[in-house]
Design a protein around this ligand. Structure first.
Ligand code: HPA
Ligand code: ZN
Length: 319
């Protein structure tokens, strides 16, 4: 049985497996521009973050109804249970759906129907992290936060994702301040493709309590020292970094260097349908390609609970 762990960097839309995409397309009377599952899988070849995002946003057009979002989340949770996941803090991208005419209610009610039964069905506690799309206007992010207000019982944090380079965290200071005032936690993708300065901005201007990816921190020794002192966690996604060519191959992944520097590192799957593995597959890849031993993998699993937004007593039970 895979080691118990929390998943802290997982985009629910990135769990859309090709089989489910075809099922939902059929149910909604849509025709995908792929002949079959194999043909779609052949498109899963990326040169950078943007080349992935193009497919990610286009395929999620098959998500149309509350039931579609419920089925998507249930499929992920069933899979996560087999990977040892006991707690999941799940990203969703509401603007990717509201911009094509769906309502916030459809998205959140659909996801919540699956999340609400997850503890009993799969033994996984869950919460949602609402991500703002950084390649869309800051005013739209503010409007999205406003639309989410009736749903805050299901949402514990806000995040920032999508195309990083050229869309710095500083553009989203106002909406992150508003989220903090609503009692929400804050996380942000930074230092995946973008520079270390974006990690500083996420910390200093957005009040980020975790950095998603963050691997480019290694370009800035002062930043590495700061992350080590504060124990601000990084949610690292090794298979994603290789598929999106942020690192050349797993054997050269900087995760061991991040651990050696004393950072609070966690391992996560990001968009597992697209990147060739769920969270335990990422753990196994670290063992196979980087030689991480059992103690190191157990430390990474403990870190995932430490870095979560669970209350201290629940963390202590899980660690
Ligand atoms: N980076 C930025 N945005 C994203 C990602 C990612 O890895 N996955 C889904 N949206
Ligand atoms: Zn991500």
């Amino acid at each position: 049985m895979p080691i118990p762990k929390a998943e802290l960097h997982l985009h629910i839309e990135g769990t859309l497996e090709p089989e489910l995409a075809f099922t939902l397309a059929h149910r909604n009377g849509l025709t995908l521009p792929y002949t079959d599952v194999q043909d779609l899988r052949r498109a899963y070849s990326f040169t950078d973050l943007q080349s992935f995002l193009d497919l990610y946003y286009s395929l999620m057009d098959v998500l149309r109804t509350e039931a579609d979002f419920t089925d998507l989340a249930n499929a992920y949770l069933a899979r996560a249970a087999t990977q040892g996941v006991r707690h999941a803090e799940i990203f969703f991208d509401p603007q990717a759906h509201t911009s094509r005419g769906l309502s916030m209610d459809t998205v959140v009610n659909g996801l919540a129907a699956a999340l609400d039964t997850s503890q009993d069905t799969h033994g996984i506690s869950t919460t949602l992290i609402l991500c703002f799309l950084r390649d869309r206007p800051a005013a739209e992010a503010l409007d999205t936060l406003h639309q989410a207000r009736p749903h805050l019982e299901h949402i514990s944090a806000v995040g920032l994702d999508s195309a990083e380079v050229g869309n710095p965290p500083e553009n989203f200071t106002e909406v992150f301040t508003a989220a903090r005032d609503l009692g929400l936690h804050r996380v942000a993708h930074a230092g995946e493709e973008g520079p270390a300065s974006y990690i500083w901005q996420a910390l200093d201007l957005l009040g980020a309590q975790r950095i998603d990816h963050g691997i480019r921190c290694l370009d800035d020794t002062d930043l590495v020292a700061h992350l080590a002192t504060t124990q601000i966690p990084l949610t690292v996604c090794p298979l994603s970094n290789v598929r999106l060519r942020a690192v050349p191959d797993l054997a050269q992944h900087p995760l061991p260097a991040l651990m050696d520097a004393g950072l609070l590192v966690t391992v996560n799957s990001d968009d597992p349908s697209y990147f060739g593995g769920y969270v335990h597959d990422n753990f196994q890849a670290l063992h196979t390609h980087l030689g991480l031993n059992g103690d190191q993998l157990r430390q990474l699993a403990r870190n995932s609970f430490t870095a979560s937004f669970l209350p201290p007593r629940r963390k202590a039970q899980l660690i």
